[in-house]
Design a protein around this ligand. Structure first.
Ligand SMILES: [Zn+2]
Length: 165
């Protein structure tokens, strides 16, 4: 007894999963037959099937969207624009790296000047020389990196504005 009830519960779940497909006419004929047989005997599935059929009929009554050549063309253009965008993105990254390297080069180059200018002060702070150099280098890099990021963001923002226009 319990075995057959279990079997019908399994069948019920299996058929329930197929109801939507059946309503959409997406099943094999023998599967459709199986579903219809169960639906006739199972009020729960019958009610659910009705809902799916309503939905399916409603969907079929909607106008089918036609792919216009214009849309295809626009999609191609958009894909192309994105490709260009990605290429420019890679270029931006290279610019960023160059900027960071340049920042370091400038920092290294300007350090002797700073040191020369404030040599009197620094000689008094000699034990902390290393620390202040690091602070100076870090600060300069930060300024340059921030500037670089801002430039890159601004460029990409402008490009997006242009592509939307
Ligand atoms: Zn059922």
């Amino acid at each position: 007894m319990s075995a057959s009830r279990e079997l019908s519960a399994t069948e019920h779940n299996k058929i329930r999963a197929m109801l939507a497909l059946s309503a959409a006419d997406a099943l094999e004929p023998n599967e459709t037959e199986e579903v219809l047989q169960h639906v006739r005997a199972c009020p729960q599935c019958s009610a659910e099937m009705e809902q799916w059929q309503l939905l399916s009929r409603g969907l079929r009554q909607l106008p089918t969207p036609q792919l216009s050549p214009d849309l295809v063309q626009r999609t191609c253009a958009r894909a192309e624009a994105r490709l260009i965008d990605e290429r420019e993105h890679a270029w931006n990254r290279r610019v960023m790296i160059s900027l960071v390297l340049l920042a370091w080069a400038l920092t290294l180059m300007s350090w002797p000047i700073v040191r020369l200018v404030s040599s009197g002060l620094l000689s008094m702070l000699d034990p902390r020389l290393n620390q202040s150099w690091l602070g100076f280098a870090g600060f300069t890099s930060l300024v340059w990196v921030t500037g670089g990021i801002a430039a890159v963001l601004l460029a990409s923002y402008q490009r997006r504005e242009r592509s939307l226009a």
